[in-house]
Design a protein around this ligand. Structure first.
Ligand SMILES: Cc1cc2nc3c(=O)[nH]c(=O)nc-3n(C[C@H](O)[C@H](O)[C@H](O)COP(=O)(O)OP(=O)(O)OC[C@H]3O[C@@H](n4cnc5c(N)ncnc54)[C@H](O)[C@@H]3O)c2cc1C
Length: 412
């Protein structure tokens, strides 16, 4: 079976590795970028994602570059603890939770793809412009950006993993999928700084008016992000663009009161080496992911607000399930149907849960904390987190005991 994957992001690369591990040989990745650069800032991989990458033989590589998150702690805007819980191995999972630079994760996956599938498995500068499915073949139209000429590809199956603004999704739907926004902006950056709290803590500080998330992503490197309503004085920004630089002093002003004896957020933000603004964007859950021999995967299928550390994780789960089904189902069409049936309802629920996290959950918790009812706020958060883990696939018992999506000795 030949498979073409559109997009060499976390989803597309994991799909390539998963298909290869499941016995597929003929895999080609088409990537629009002229070269694959280590872009982005921090990303967090909870144990359900780490399990899949470990089962693809990447556990040792991740251990070398990721920071194993020890705890997640919520604080009110005055720096008072509301609730903390252990994470990863400390929480009883069989797999760690890692905080990592997104570029480092992508580089690790690219290196593994090139090593296992061959140096030419990823074809860069191929911008896909259209896709269709006819006579059990996927037909892909693209532009070769090096030579500035149209090119086309065909494959038995095409996996559309070209991100939140997915041109291939729009081509399959015959219309542009609108990006939704709640009018909030995420400011993100990294700073060279020493450890805080346990040295492996991930903290969320704030209330319904703004929240800061801070965690280390490497030795001496701290990732931070601030989410708050768009400032009226800032120009309109492009939805779905992860790489809009922003002057650090603009963001530092928003956190001037966030100076605690256990972490000086203002100092962290002001001394940041790079900062970006990302207008919060997602898409509504989609009614279908499968169009003949074309399947949507990752952000193309379920772009979500970046809350709950599940954007990349759900893409990784998609990749593993799709590869498993393609290797084990009776027919390719059955496999694609089974992939859709397993993954679309779950990812759709996670999209909606992330919208709730962005809004009413924080409002309820903050109101309780403000009235001094920290115990009730804690109970509320605990309950939300428990339900979110069940939904997104990282309830500790369920994850530790569910069967693997690894396939051995399968050839089709
Ligand atoms: C540049 C960038 C920076 C990011 N930074 C962060 C971050 O700091 N923190 C965070 O949590 N998340 C970040 N994300 C998002 C996060 O990586 C994704 O939510 C998640 O990993 C899902 O991955 P994906 O593979 O579905 O999509 P993506 O990671 O978005 O990958 C999509 C890939 O498809 C390629 N592509 C797009 N259009 C075409 C086309 N027409 N033809 C061929 N290829 C195409 C893109 O170049 C990209 O490589 C970033 C994404 C990008 C693209």
């Amino acid at each position: 079976m030949s498979v073409a994957i559109i997009g060499a992001g976390v989803g597309g690369l994991t799909a390539a590795l998963s298909l290869h591990a499941a016995g597929q040989e003929d895999i080609l990745l088409l990537e629009a970028a002229r070269e694959i650069r280590d872009v982005g800032v921090g990303i967090n991989l909870p144990p359900h994602a780490v399990r899949e990458l470990s089962e693809l033989g990447l556990g040792d590589a991740l251990e070398k570059v990721g920071v194993p998150t020890k705890e997640l702690a919520y604080y009110d805007p005055k720096g008072q603890l509301i609730w903390a819980e252990p994470r990863g191995l400390d929480a009883g999972y069989r797999w760690p939770q890692y905080s990592i630079h997104r570029g480092t994760l992508q580089r690790l996956l690219v290196d593994a793809v090139r090593e296992r599938l061959g140096p030419s498995a990823i074809r860069v500068a191929q911008r896909v412009t259209g896709i269709s499915s006819t006579n059990n073949r996927a037909v892909i139209a693209a532009t070769d950006l090096f030579e500035d000429r149209p090119v086309s590809y065909t494959a038995d199956v095409a996996i559309c993993a070209d991100g939140i603004r997915s041109p291939s999704r729009d081509s399959l739907y015959g219309a542009v999928t609108p990006l939704a926004s709640n009018g909030w902006v995420m400011y993100r950056g990294v700073t060279r700084a020493g450890p805080f709290l346990s040295g492996r803590s991930m903290v969320i500080i704030g209330d319904e008016t703004q929240r800061v998330v801070v965690y280390p992503i490497a030795d001496g490197v701290i990732n931070w992000l601030l989410v708050r309503p768009k400032d009226a004085t800032r120009a309109e920004t492009e939805l779905g663009n992860w790489n809009l630089p922003v002057p650090t002093n603009v963001i530092a002003e928003f956190v001037k009161d966030y100076r605690f004896d256990w972490l000086d957020v203002h100092h962290l933000v002001s001394s940041s080496s790079e900062s970006y603004e990302y207008p919060m964007a997602d898409i509504d859950p989609l009614p279908r992911w499968i169009f003949g021999r074309c399947a949507l995967l990752g952000d193309a299928a379920h772009a979500m607000y970046p809350f709950g550390s599940n954007g990349a994780s759900q893409a990784i789960l998609d990749a593993r399930v799709l590869a498993y089904e393609l290797a084990t189902a009776a027919t390719t069409d059955d496999a694609l149907r089974a992939y859709d049936a397993q993954r679309r309802p779950v990812a759709s629920e996670v999209q909606l849960a992330n919208r709730r996290q962005a809004g009413d959950v924080m409002a309820r918790v903050s109101a309780l904390a403000r009235s001094g009812a920290h115990g009730d706020a804690k109970a509320e958060l605990q309950d939300v987190e428990r339900r979110y883990k069940q939904l997104a696939g990282f309830d500790v018992d369920a994850l530790n005991t569910r069967k693997s999506w690894s396939v051995s000795d399968v050839s089709r």
